[in-house]
Design a protein around this ligand. Sequence first.
Ligand SMILES: NC(=O)NC(NC(N)=O)C(=O)[O-]
Ligand SMILES: [Zn+2]
Ligand SMILES: [Zn+2]
Length: 504
Amino acid sequence: MEPLRWRLMALLPLVASFLLFYFNYYFKSSASECSLLPHNHYWIVSKRIVTPKGIISGAVEVNGGNIISVVKEDDWRGNARSKSVLDYGEAVVMPGLIDVHAHLDDPGRTDWEGFPSGTRAAAAGGITTLIDMPLNSFPSTVSEETFKLKLNAAEGRIYVNVGFWGGLVPENAFNASALEGLLRAGVLGLKSFMCPSGINDFPMTNASHIKEGLSSLAKYKRPLLVHAEIPQEPEDYVKGESGADDVRSYSTYLKTRPASWEEAAIRELLAVTIDTRSGGSAEGAHLHVVHLSDARSSLNLIKEAKKRGDSITVETCPHYLAFSAEEIQNGDTRFKCSPPIRDAANKKQLWEALLDGHIDMLSSDHSPSVPELKLFDDGDFLRAWGGISSLQFVLPVTWSFGRNYGVTLEQLVSWWSEKPAKLAGQDLKGAIAPGYHADIVVWDPEEEFDVNDNHPIYLKHPSISAYMGSRLSGKVLATFVTGNLVYEDGKHAPAACGVPILAR
Ligand SMILES: NC(=O)NC(NC(N)=O)C(=O)[O-]
Ligand SMILES: [Zn+2]
Ligand SMILES: [Zn+2]
């Protein structure tokens, strides 16, 4: 008997560690600080669930961070009184937004934004995934080493999931092993500028750098995102009225960056995207034009390239769809960005192109700075920092302004979730369907609110947001990130449980 007892005693540590593991697991999944919900198996019920098969009244079953079933009301056998049923009534349930273009400026310029404030604002805005740009942080993310610094900065500080673009710069463009090191480390693709970026350690690239970058990207089947503006000859810098520039006037700034800058860049890019066609030397690579502002000749060039079979997509941003040059007040440098916001007729054409599918998707291009760099005292459009602060409001902005054009909920999902998921290589994101990640936004399209000091704004510097003072419709009620209820009714889950998204 004795030896058996000893043998059982030897098992004790094993049993203890099993109990500890079970307790931890149970504790983590039931009362976790990651979620405002006490359980991880639940049903989201609503009369307006936007699915790839249309808008249904029914329930989305979530378990362990994934959507495991989506059922219509008539087929739903769930217990309506159960605590694990979240009934949102008439509110819209759709995939969380995927913002493929945001500058969170971390590490190095956390006084501009930073991962914690940026991702809390994202959560409050229904954005469940964002892809951080490689510049405006310091250092810029242009090598495996600097990417490690980025990942360290994100650890334990992100409230939604965050992926990363790496930078294509002259220093790494002809160095295939450096570029591949960065790609292997997990950046989802690369980003480059064809004009000065305003950031010293992020110099601009030309068409030959871009051609080289595309050939490395082809192997990994990842995209290159390009800021497409090339500065043109000085004769394009038209002087303001009466020969003297009025630096406080928006039109002065607009004239310094005409549509011909975008057109010239896109023309050069299209000479390179030929290689991305099937059978071409860079087949597998993809080119994505960020923040298109010119809805005329630049867009026509992109349409032609698509017709030829080049692998190319294009995004525009809510600020180009919400504002027009004519409305921007003297000295209001919150509206300065590049490429610039153009005239009202151009804005209408951007909407038309989006509705016709010629513009593929939307992104925020959230690019804040400290308020001092906006030079509000002088209102000098030529010297102020360029970049629009918008992250928390992109959904209501798209909806509020899009309603005049008859935008549908399905279109919102296509522009903000489906197409961005595809660009970022996220096959299990961007739809409310079984097997997909439970990244979900619940919002009320009818509810209006004023963006002012009484409204909770989670961005680091609310005062620089171009949307301060606007009245918007479409209030975000709840945001789920891989099953965690990270935001509801003005409240965030206490812990930052977002995860970095790495390409594999
Ligand atoms: N350094 C920047 O953040 N630049 C950004 N600035 C804008 N859009 O005005 C951008 O994306 O080009
Ligand atoms: Zn840009
Ligand atoms: Zn940007």
